[in-house]
Design a protein around this ligand. Structure first.
Ligand SMILES: [Zn+2]
Length: 202
C-alpha cells in the first residue's frame, strides 16, 4: 500500500478553519489586533478562540510559546449558564477583565512569569492556573475508527463501493488523511471476530 502523504500546511490550515461556522471562522481568521466576541453559552466561543490560536500558530503569526489562553467567569457562573448571576454582572466582569488586561505593559509581558503576571493583575480574584500543554494539531482519526465506521455501514454498502471503484477510500474531513481498503481489507473487516477490538462492553 502506498504511503499516505502528510497533509500540507495549506491543508492543515484549511482543516482548522473548515470546522467552524462563518461567524466562528471570522474570529479565527482575524489574527491581528484585539477581537471582541459577544455570544451566548454554547455557541462555540472557546472553539472559535482555540481555532484562532491554531490558525495563528500554523501561519507563523503567533509563537506557540508566547500564547496564553485564559478563560474567566465570575463566581457563580457555570459553563451551562449564568445561574443566579445577572447578565449585567457578567458583562461588567468581562469588561473588568479586559480593562485590567489592557494595563499590561510590554515590559511586564517580557519579564514576568505567567503566574506572577496573572496574580499581580487579578490580585483580588481567585486565580487558578491549570497545567499547561503544548499546542499542536492533532486528529483522532485512525484506521481502527474508520474500520468501525465501515462495519457500521454494513457489508452490502462496502461491497458496492468496492465493486464500483475497486477499493474503498475514506478521507478524514478534518485532517485530510486518506484510508484505503482493498478487497482483502474489506473482507477482513467483516470476518468473524474482526470487530473484537471495537472497544465496546463485552
Ligand atoms: Zn483525521
Amino acid at each position: 500500500m502506498p504511503a499516505v502523504p502528510e497533509p500540507s500546511l495549506a491543508e492543515r490550515i484549511a482543516a482548522v478553519l473548515e470546522e467552524l461556522d462563518p461567524e466562528q471562522r471570522a474570529v479565527a481568521e482575524a489574527l491581528r489586533g484585539p477581537v471582541c466576541v459577544l455570544a451566548g453559552a454554547g455557541t462555540g466561543k472557546t472553539r472559535a478562540l482555540t481555532h484562532r490560536i491554531a490558525h495563528g500558530v500554523l501561519t507563523g503569526e503567533y509563537a506557540p510559546g508566547q500564547v496564553l489562553p485564559v478563560t474567566s467567569r465570575p463566581a457563580g457562573v457555570t459553563e451551562s449558564g449564568a445561574g443566579g448571576v445577572a447578565e449585567g454582572e457578567i458583562e461588567d466582569a468581562w469588561r473588568r477583565v479586559q480593562l485590567v488586561a489592557d494595563t499590561v505593559t510590554p515590559g511586564e509581558l517580557a519579564s514576568l512569569d505567567d503566574r506572577d503576571l496573572l496574580r499581580r493583575l487579578f490580585a483580588e480574584d481567585d486565580v487558578r492556573m491549570f497545567q499547561s500543554a503544548p499546542v499542536f494539531f492533532r486528529c483522532r482519526c485512525s484506521r481502527e475508527r474508520v474500520s468501525n465506521m465501515l462495519r457500521s455501514l454494513g457489508r452490502e454498502e462496502v461491497d458496492s463501493v468496492l465493486e464500483e471503484f475497486g477499493q474503498v477510500e475514506v478521507r478524514c474531513e478534518f485532517c485530510s488523511r486518506a484510508y484505503r481498503f482493498d478487497a482483502v481489507d474489506c473482507a477482513a473487516l467483516f470476518a468473524p471476530g474482526a470487530d473484537a477490538h471495537r472497544g465496546g462492553v463485552h
